[in-house]
Design a protein around this ligand. Structure first.
Ligand code: PLP
Length: 451
């Protein structure tokens, strides 16, 4: 390929990057990733980088699995494209939907496909409203979500999301979306115990339903563990209370499993780890380990039965794309047959947890949080008081991310919180390398702050 500088110049001349300040990037030049294998990326200069984020929380089986490439090539030759609109179907969509139904908990037996999580969450907005219409309750339209949540970038899914910086660009949220607070005890719990705080935050849902009117609220959507919001693990009291409230007021519970699905928390789905009974799950990312763009809404027998008699005027050209479906199915085969989810639960997640918590002795680290293979560190100038830095939120996190990058480790920052979500196939030796590099980056960040 071309020399790195030329690639960077073309990149900044013609390529608009998501969630990136273009001028800042042009001044620096993007790091060009050319290959990947296992948990390592290789850049255009031949440097290996440990991908502590599995891309965007998605490459669960790791990079470079030839089986998926072979399945894709075979499927492209046989049936590269067809849709499932207007009473047609095809084998990959049938096989993938059946496999998802087998893996999904409870009676979540029906899949509406999309090309990713944003599209699937848009489907959910329309689907729950159509569901309540079909039930003769057309006033039930409001969907309650949480501040700081990320549910996608389309107008609908970004409205479900609770990121103020996103809402400010382009006129969101759309009508009838309401946000309550997230259960982030460390940042917002003050003097309350985690249990009392978790309960109080869950009860905000009940207060919102009473305030908005239970006959107007259609659904509550949440990630079992908020990912892009900073790997926010709710106190134990939170989810049982949320489940009670959804049951009591007949509110559909949508678990956005785009990150937490397919082994990330040590079970197939985050709702199994957290004992939640959703009516709908959003899936994407780990469904294909990111090898193909595919996602969907997995819905209960009751939701599917109710929608059965309705022509749902909704669908995407790439809903159930045969190549994406075939690749996703092969990905699920590998996750299952190689026992990857079981190994995460029994071996590598406990090992990562031990090492991750050991970073808690670092002077910059206030809290270490981990569930399965997703974890975060809260950076603070003072652990005892859980203080925030005097600088704008995210300033220190950004420095720390840069130091990770310089140490050939991809870690992400969410404000002043560092997060990881490595491929589920990461070995114990690779976890040691990740922790060493993270500690070095924290030391360098600490030194930089004292300059
Ligand atoms: N939901 C959650 C929880 C996510 O983390 C994401 C993406 O990061 C999405 C939805 C959107 O998925 P996509 O980027 O595939 O549209």
């Amino acid at each position: 390929h071309m020399p790195t500088a030329e690639l960077q110049a073309l990149d900044s001349a013609h390529h608009m990057h998501p969630f990136t300040n273009g001028d800042e990037l042009a001044a620096k030049g993007a790091r060009v990733i050319t290959r990947a294998k296992g948990v390592y990326l290789t850049d255009s200069e031949g440097v290996e980088i440990l991908d502590g984020m599995a891309g965007l929380w998605c490459v669960n089986i790791g990079y470079g699995r030839d089986e998926l490439a072979e399945v894709a090539a075979r499927q492209m030759r046989e049936l590269p494209y067809y849709n499932t609109f207007f009473q047609t179907t095809h084998v990959p969509a049938i096989a993938l939907a059946s496999k998802i139904a087998e893996l999904a908990p409870g009676d979540l037996n029906h899949v509406f496909f999309a090309a990713g999580g944003s599209e699937a969450n848009d489907t959910n907005i329309r689907m729950v409203r159509t569901y309540w219409d079909a039930k003769g309750k057309p006033d039930k339209k409001i969907i309650i979500s949480r501040k700081n949540a990320y549910h996608g970038s389309s107008m609908g899914s970004a409205s479900l999301g609770g990121m103020a910086g996103m809402h400010a660009q382009g006129g969101m949220p759309i009508p009838d979306i309401h946000h309550i607070n997230q259960p982030d005890w460390w940042a917002e719990g003050g003097d309350m115990t985690p249990e009392a705080f978790g309960l109080a935050r869950a009860q905000e849902l009940e207060a919102a339903i009473q305030d908005l009117g239970e006959d107007r609220v259609a659904a509550f959507i949440a990630e079992p563990v908020q990912g892009a919001g900073g790997v926010i693990v709710a106190p134990d009291s939170y989810w049982p209370e949320i489940q009670r409230i959804c049951d009591k007021y007949e509110i559909l519970l949508i678990a956005d499993e785009v990150i937490t699905g397919f082994g990330r928390t040590g079970n197939w789905f985050g709702c199994q780890t957290l004992n939640i009974r959703p009516d709908i799950m959003t899936i994407a990312k780990g469904l294909s380990s990111g090898y193909q763009p595919v996602g969907g809404s997995v819905v209960s027998d009751e939701v599917a039965k109710t929608l059965g008699g309705v022509e749902f005027n909704h669908g995407y050209t790439y809903s159930g794309h045969p190549v994406a479906a075939a690749v996703a199915l092969e990905n699920l085969r590998i996750l299952e047959e190689e026992g990857i989810v079981d190994r995460v639960r029994a071996e590598t997640a406990p090992y990562l947890a031990e090492k991750w918590h050991s970073l808690g002795d670092h002077p910059l680290v206030g809290e270490t949080r981990i569930v399965g293979m997703m974890a975060s560190l809260a950076l603070t100038p003072d652990k005892a008081s859980r203080a925030k830095f005097a600088s704008d939120p995210g300033t220190v996190g950004y420095i720390c991310r840069e130091r990770c990058f310089a140490n050939n480790l991809i870690m992400r920052h969410v404000g002043d919180r560092m997060v990881i979500s490595p491929p589920l196939v990461i070995t114990k030796a690779e976890i040691d390398t990740l922790i060493d590099r993270a500690r070095r980056a924290l030391d360098e960040c600490h030194a930089q702050l004292r300059e």
